[in-house]
Ligand binder design. Structure first.
Ligand SMILES: *[C@@H]1O[C@H](CO)[C@@H](O)[C@H](O)[C@H]1NC(C)=O
Ligand SMILES: *[C@@H]1O[C@H](CO)[C@@H](O)[C@H](O)[C@H]1NC(C)=O
Ligand SMILES: *[C@@H]1O[C@H](CO)[C@@H](O)[C@H](O)[C@H]1NC(C)=O
Ligand SMILES: *[C@@H]1O[C@H](CO)[C@@H](O)[C@H](O)[C@H]1NC(C)=O
Ligand SMILES: *[C@@H]1O[C@H](CO)[C@@H](O)[C@H](O)[C@H]1NC(C)=O
Ligand SMILES: *[C@@H]1O[C@H](CO)[C@@H](O)[C@H](O)[C@H]1NC(C)=O
Ligand SMILES: *[C@@H]1O[C@H](CO)[C@@H](O)[C@H](O)[C@H]1NC(C)=O
Ligand SMILES: *[C@@H]1O[C@H](CO)[C@@H](O)[C@H](O)[C@H]1NC(C)=O
Length: 457
């Protein structure tokens, strides 16, 4: 590659051309994975920031054990290939406030990032109290009252109130809790990253995009137990999210909007994504009155299957729901949603469920192939409205279940059923209750495939 091209790539992907470099070894980090390197690393970061910014290098071969590292504006962490940042596993390794429990944390930072080809590792196995193939039982740091409930564990990487965030060429491995968390960020670019969470560990979400705008994620590989890409609106809306060229496997939802959904989700594109053997494919759980609009899902291959019901998901390839979480919640609307060029093999049907005051409108499926078959032994036959709403409802499975929809356009949609091994199934299409209006079908096909000896076990 010519120097000129390298120059352009660097200027494209990093907010500043970080000419100054600071090696954590020069600041006394030992990188033996036993002694804490928190102070030397933090000194390197702070010195780099005082010098106006640059790169903090973690030399190859080291395992840098650390408590929370505070990233400063214009500092890029460069964890070299073969180097690892290891998150501490003691509560005292993290700040007092549980909202700041991250291994790497940027607060109010501009022009910050992580790269280098190496790894940041949250050592999640140290947080397992009892391993369980169904779902691990995890530690909860809730004794001091700094955090309440059973989900008190540190996240791996967090950018809060930050701008010009760049994360590329890095592996985020074994988070104890959520992996990569963006909160109230603007202008984030994430590319060429891998995220691996233990498949039996709960709450190890891949990327949570909370109250943040202008986020671009491309070329990501996410293999984890909990939701893989999860926009949430808790204190503000989420605008302009683009996720392309990704591969995902999860025991929960591959893509999920919500369930924290107090504000709007608008203008998202999900394109060229493979979702492999996940518990749910393209999902929306709108529960708190925020509205969703202008979302495109295109060129997506999906396989969805059942896993242990301790995990959320019921093998729906597409799961769009909006209902008030509880009697005090408002309803959110979902409108202008396009699914184009989607192929799915799944153990359950498509679920499109609005509610009385939260109508789904202008939903279009174009060039969609869905093959229904069963290959696990988990029971089916439930509509899943959780969290809140009608909870779980016993019901035969249909190819597409629809309620409270105003404007549904199916164009070139092909449904194939391996009928004899999906015994609990009833109709290809099912409209439930009232409020189903403006339906349009062009080139809609549904057929039963008989099992020819040897095709399916
Ligand atoms: C960022 O700065 C603002 C203004 O000072 C402050 O209100 C906010 O709490 C800061 N965010 C974080 C994560 O520290
Ligand atoms: C603390 O965590 C444990 C284990 O998850 C849980 O059973 C308990 O209810 C939690 N207690 C508090 C006060 O949050
Ligand atoms: C995101 O954009 C919305 C709409 O313009 C705005 O209200 C919100 O403050 C923005 N959030 C951030 C973190 O910039
Ligand atoms: C789709 O994404 C994959 C990576 O998951 C990539 O290899 C492929 O080139 C992309 N295809 C297109 C058409 O961009
Ligand atoms: C959602 O849209 C409805 C109808 O336009 C509106 O009344 C409501 O305020 C919107 N919700 C939010 C959180 O903006
Ligand atoms: C759907 O199946 C048809 C027939 O096999 C195929 O030509 C078409 O490319 C498929 N569409 C998608 C989006 O996979
Ligand atoms: C869907 O696939 C068709 C045929 O391959 C292609 O012409 C069209 O551009 C694709 N649509 C999108 C949104 O990528
Ligand atoms: C569904 O039906 C089964 C068997 O009839 C019953 O045990 C179960 O409690 C029902 N579940 C719900 C959510 O109603």
């Amino acid at each position: 590659m010519s120097a000129l091209i390298v120059f352009f790539l660097i200027s494209l992907y990093s907010p500043c051309i970080a000419s100054l470099t600071f090696s954590v070894s020069e600041f006394g980090a030992v990188g033996d994975g036993i002694h804490y390197d928190t102070n030397p690393i933090q000194s390197a970061i702070d010195t780099c920031a005082s010098a106006g910014g640059g790169r903090v290098i973690f030399p190859a071969g080291g395992d840098y054990l650390t408590g929370t590292l505070f990233l400063r504006s214009h500092v890029i962490l460069e964890v070299e290939g073969g180097a690892r940042i290891l998150g501490g596993t003691r509560e005292e390794d993290y700040p007092k406030e549980s909202s700041r429990w991250y291994v790497v944390l940027a607060e109010n930072a501009t022009g910050v990032g992580i790269t280098g080809g190496g790894e940041i590792n949250g050592q999640s196995s140290a947080f397992v109290v009892r391993p369980d193939v169904r779902k691990n039982v995890m530690v909860s740091w809730n004794r001091t009252g700094a955090c309440l409930g059973d989900e008190c564990r540190p996240r791996l990487v967090g950018f809060l109130d930050s701008k010009e965030v760049r994360i590329w060429d890095i592996t985020l491995n074994q988070p104890a809790y959520w992996c990569l968390h963006l909160v109230r960020c603007d202008d984030t670019k994430i590319h060429d990253i891998a995220i691996y969470g233990d498949f039996n560990t709960p709450n190890n979400d891949g990327i949570d995009i909370e109250d943040s705008n202008n986020t671009i994620i491309t070329r990501c590989h996410i293999d984890t137990g909990d939701d893989a890409i999860c926009p949430k609106s808790s204190m503000g809306s989420v605008y302009n999210l683009r996720v392309t060229d990704c591969w995902i496997r999860t025991k929960s939802s591959a893509i999920k909007l919500g369930s924290a959904s107090w504000f709007d989700f608008k203008n998202f594109l999900f394109d060229n994504i493979t979702i492999f053997e996940s518990h749910r494919g393209l999902g929306m759980q709108i529960r708190d009155g925020g509205n969703v609009s202008d979302i495109i899902f295109s060129n997506i291959k999906i396989s969805t299957r059942y896993y242990d019901p301790l995990w959320w998901g019921r093998a729906e390839p597409i799961y769009i729901t909006t209902c008030p979480r509880d009697s005090t919640s408002k309803s959110g609307f979902i409108s202008n949603i396009l699914f184009e060029n989607i192929s799915a093999v799944s153990e359950n049907g498509v679920f499109l469920s609005g509610s009385r005051n939260g109508i789904l409108s202008n939903i279009k499926l174009k060039n969609v192939n869905i093959t229904y078959k069963r290959w696990t032994k988990y029971p089916g036959g439930l509509y899943d409205y959780r969290p809140g709403c009608q909870d779980l409802v016993n019901h035969s499975t249909s190819g597409m279940m629809m309620e409270h929809i105003d404007g549904l356009d199916l164009e070139n949609v092909n449904m194939k059923w391996f009928k004899s091994n999906v015994k609990e199934w009833i109709f290809p299409l099912q409209f439930k209750g009232a409020n189903v209006n403006k339906l349009s079908f062009h080139d809609w096909n549904s057929e039963i495939i008989n099992i020819i000896g040897g095709v399916l076990k």
